[in-house]
Design a protein around this ligand. Structure first.
Ligand code: NDP
Length: 453
C-alpha cells in the first residue's frame, strides 16, 4: 500500500469507525484511483475523493411493528443517499439480520461506480433493515414493510431516490412497500424498480443480475476466443441472482454444479438441469425452504452443512472452470481463492457485491485469470432497473426480447469500458482497475462541473 493510500485510509477509518466492509470497499477503489490522481491532479485539488466517500445524506429510523403473537418488535431502518452527481439515487434495499450502517455504506459506495458504468443516468444509494424475513408470515412481512415505508416515503421519489430489491427483498416485499408508498403519496409513480409485471414492472428485471453476470463472463471468455459451452461452473447462493445465473449458464451450454444458502451447500456433479433448477426455484421462492432439500430430492447431489469455524468454504474446492459467487459479501477468502485456482477455475464473475476479500482479489489479479468484479459483472440488475424507469416514464412496456437485447448490449459496453480503461491506465486485463476508474471518471467530472456541493 502506498503512503497516499495508507494516509487516506487512516483518515477514512478514523472518521468511520467500526465499519470494516466500508473500509474494504473504499480501499479497493482508492488503490485503483491512485493511477488517475497521478495523471489528473485537478481531482485531488477539488477533493473529489474526500467528497465521494462521504454520503450526501444518511437516514436512520425506528421501524416498530406488531408480530402475529401481538408482541411489539422494533427494527432499525436505513437509507444511504451516497451520490447524486449523475442522476437520482438508485440502489436496492436489503432486509437481513446482518445489516448495519457500515454494510449499507459499502453497498451504497459500490453502487455509485456501478451505476456510472451502466451508462444510464443514475446516482448511487442503498438502504435496508436488520429485519429478517426468514420464518415470518406474509402478514408480519407486510406489517414490517408498511412501517418501514411510513418513514422512508418522505425521502424518496421518482426524481429523488428510486429503491429496488436486494437480499431478503424480492417481489413480495416490493409489492408491500410500493402499496404503502402509493397510499401515503396518493400517486402511482415509478418510485421502485423490480415491480410486478402488471403494475409497472419490466420484463427481464428478475433475471437481469444473474443473466448479466453470465453475459459478462461470456465477454471475458471471448477475449480468449472461448465460450461457456461445456464449462463447469460453481455458483453460490440460491436466491434471485443465483437462480438466473444457473438458468443463463444452461442457455449458453455450461453446467452449474453447486448452490448454497446460509446453512450449507449442495454439490451435484451431474449438473443442475432445468428440471432441478425449477425445483430449487419453487423451494426458495414459493415454499421458502432450505437448500438441503435439493439433496433429499435428487440423489446425484450431496449436501454439506456450513461449518462456521472452518478456515475455508468447501463449495469453492471442486474442480471447475468458472465461479459465480452470488450470495453475499466476503464469501471468498484468501484460502478459497487459492482453492479455486488449484481446482482449475480461471473465470470469476461476481454476481454478489464484494464477495471476495482484498487478499483474494489480489490472488486472482496476480494469477491473471479472468476476474470480473461485482461493480461491473453484476451491473445488469441496476441497468435493467434503469430500463424499467424509462418504460415507466414513457408509460410503454418493452417486450422481453427488447429488454434482454438492451441488457446484453449494456453488459458488452461495460466489459468494453473495463478493458479499454484498464489498458489506458497501463494495466491491461485488470478489470478491477477498469471498473473502478471507468465508473469514477464520469462521476468525478460531473462533480467538478457542479461545483462544491
Ligand atoms: P436473495 O435474498 O434472493 O438471495 C441471497 C442468497 O444468498 C440466499 O440463498 C441466501 O441464503 C444467501 N445468503 C445471504 N446472506 C448470506 C450469508 N451471510 N451467508 C451465506 N449465505 C447467505 O438475494 P439476491 O440474490 O438478490 O442477492 C445476492 C447477492 O447479489 C447480494 O450480494 C446482492 O447485494 C447482490 N446483488 C443483487 C442484485 C439484485 O438485482 N437482486 C443486483 C446486484 C447485486 P438464505 O436463503 O439462507 O438467506
Amino acid at each position: 500500500m502506498s503512503k497516499y493510500v495508507s494516509d487516506f485510509m487512516a483518515h477514512v477509518k478514523a472518521k468511520n469507525p467500526s465499519e470494516p466492509e466500508f473500509h474494504q470497499a473504499v480501499q479497493e477503489v482508492v488503490e485503483s484511483l491512485e493511477l488517475v490522481l497521478e495523471k489528473y491532479p485537478e481531482y485531488r485539488k477539488a477533493k473529489i475523493l474526500e467528497r465521494i466517500v462521504e454520503p450526501e445524506r444518511v437516514i436512520m429510523f425506528r421501524v416498530p411493528w406488531v408480530d402475529d403473537q401481538g408482541e411489539v418488535q422494533v427494527n432499525r431502518g436505513f437509507r444511504i443517499q451516497m451520490n447524486s452527481a449523475i442522476g437520482p439515487y438508485k440502489g436496492g434495499l436489503r432486509f437481513h439480520p446482518s445489516v448495519t450502517l457500515g454494510i449499507l455504506k459499502f453497498l451504497a459506495f459500490e453502487q455509485v461506480f456501478k451505476n456510472s458504468l451502466t451508462t444510464l443516468p443514475m446516482g448511487g444509494g442503498k438502504g435496508g433493515s436488520d429485519f429478517d424475513p426468514k420464518g415470518k408470515s406474509n402478514n408480519e412481512v407486510m406489517r414490517f414493510c408498511q412501517s418501514f415505508m411510513n418513514e422512508l416515503y418522505r425521502h424518496i421519489g421518482p426524481d429523488t431516490d428510486v429503491p429496488a430489491g436486494d437480499i431478503g427483498v424480492g417481489g413480495r416485499e416490493i409489492g408491500y412497500l410500493f402499496g404503502e408508498y402509493k397510499k401515503l403519496r396518493n400517486e402511482f409513480t415509478g418510485v421502485f424498480t423490480g415491480k410486478g409485471l402488471n403494475w409497472g414492472g419490466s420484463l427481464i428485471r428478475p433475471e437481469a443480475t444473474g443473466y448479466g453476470a453470465v453475459y459478462f463472463a461470456a465477454e471475458m471468455l471471448g477475449t480468449r476466443n472461448q465460450t461457456l459451452e461445456g464449462k463447469t461452473c460453481l455458483v453460490s447462493g440460491s436466491g434471485n441472482v443465483a437462480q438466473f445465473t444457473v438458468q443463463k449458464i444452461l442457455d449458453l451450454g455450461g453446467k452449474a454444479v453447486t448452490l448454497s444458502d446460509s446453512n450449507g451447500y449442495i454439490y451435484d456433479p451431474e449438473g443442475i438441469d432445468r428440471k432441478k433448477l425449477q425445483f430449487a426455484m419453487d423451494l426458495k421462492n414459493v415454499r421458502r425452504g432450505r437448500i438441503q432439500e435439493y439433496a433429499n430430492e435428487f440423489k446425484s447431489a450431496t449436501y454439506t452443512p456450513l461449518d462456521p469455524k472452518a478456515d475455508h468454504n468447501p463449495l469453492w474446492n471442486h474442480k471447475a472452470d468458472c465461479a459465480f459467487p452470488s450470495a453475499t459479501q466476503n464469501e471468498i477468502n484468501g484460502k478459497d481463492a487459492q482453492n479455486l485456482l488449484k481446482n482449475g477455475v480461471y473465470v470469476v464473475s461476481e454476481g454478489a457485491n464484494m464477495p471476495t476479500v482484498i487478499e483474494g482479489v489480489n490472488i486472482f489479479l496476480d494469477a491473471k485469470i479472468l476476474y470480473g468484479p461485482g461493480k461491473a459483472a453484476n451491473a445488469g440488475g441496476v441497468s435493467t432497473s434503469g430500463l424499467e424507469m424509462s418504460q415507466n416514464s414513457m408509460r410503454l412496456p418493452w417486450t422481453r426480447e427488447e429488454v434482454d437485447a438492451r441488457l446484453h448490449q449494456i453488459m458488452k459496453n461495460i466489459h468494453k469500458t473495463c478493458v479499454t480503461v484498464a489498458e489506458r491506465f497501463g494495466t491491461p486485463g485488470n478489470y478491477v482497475n477498469g471498473a473502478n476508474i471507468g465508473g469514477f471518471l464520469k462521476v468525478a467530472d460531473a462533480m467538478m462541473d457542479q461545483g462544491v456541493v
